[in-house]
Design a binder for this molecule. Structure first.
Ligand SMILES: [Zn+2]
Ligand SMILES: [Zn+2]
Length: 192
């Protein structure tokens, strides 16, 4: 069953994001590197409050970028010839969740996903849900729904599934784009 987080609690000692918000912000940053024309998604995998992997969606490394015509299915999708979530088996873009899982294999981190949490800016599709279950992910935190949703499968596998309210991210995103000296000012104010 999906658990929706709507309450936000700030630490009384210092204004900083809680763990779920912090790692979802990292997933939001990761999605900026997406090269897919259909949608941008970002994922991070976290173990013991440390980020162990990052992924965003797009064509495989060394293949022409999706926005440069690298994936015919995505082109058909934006032309309206294919619906969202359809013909994914013919898509050349790898999903963010899959890329994050593969990054663990690429850098010799295999096995580190066991017991980890996955943060993703969309609910995972069925394929990515299958992979997440198989590599031992035990908790998944998501922001938005995806048309070909694998959440029922995750539920069957007893993964804890949390949907985060997008409003949690906004105050921190606005801090990121402010003058860098602001963080020093905030720290000074706390001491006073
Ligand atoms: Zn694409
Ligand atoms: Zn997927």
């Amino acid at each position: 069953m999906i658990h929706i987080r709507q309450k936000y609690t700030l630490s009384p000692k210092m204004q900083r994001p809680d763990w779920d918000t912090y790692f979802m912000l990292q997933a939001e940053v990761a999605k900026l590197r997406s090269n897919c024309v259909t949608r941008h998604t970002g994922t991070v995998i976290v173990k013991e409050h440390r980020q162990i992997s990052t992924g965003y969606n797009g064509t495989p490394s060394g293949i022409k970028n999706c926005f440069e015509g690298g994936c015919p299915r995505c082109i058909a999708r934006i032309k309206g010839e294919t619906k969202a979530g359809e013909n994914l088996d013919r898509c050349l873009c790898t999903h963010a969740e899959a890329n994050a899982i593969m990054q663990c294999a690429l850098f010799g981190n295999a096995g580190s996903t066991r017991g980890a949490t996955m943060y993703s800016t969309f609910s995972p599709c069925i394929e990515c849900s299958k992979m997440a279950i198989s590599v031992g992910i035990i908790r998944m935190v998501v922001l938005a729904d995806y048309p070909e949703d694998g959440t029922r499968l995750l539920d069957d596998a007893n993964l804890e599934l949390v949907k985060l309210d997008h409003g949690f991210l906004k105050p921190w995103l606005s801090l990121l784009i402010k003058d860098p000296n602001l963080s020093t000012e905030l720290a000074k104010n706390k001491k006073n």
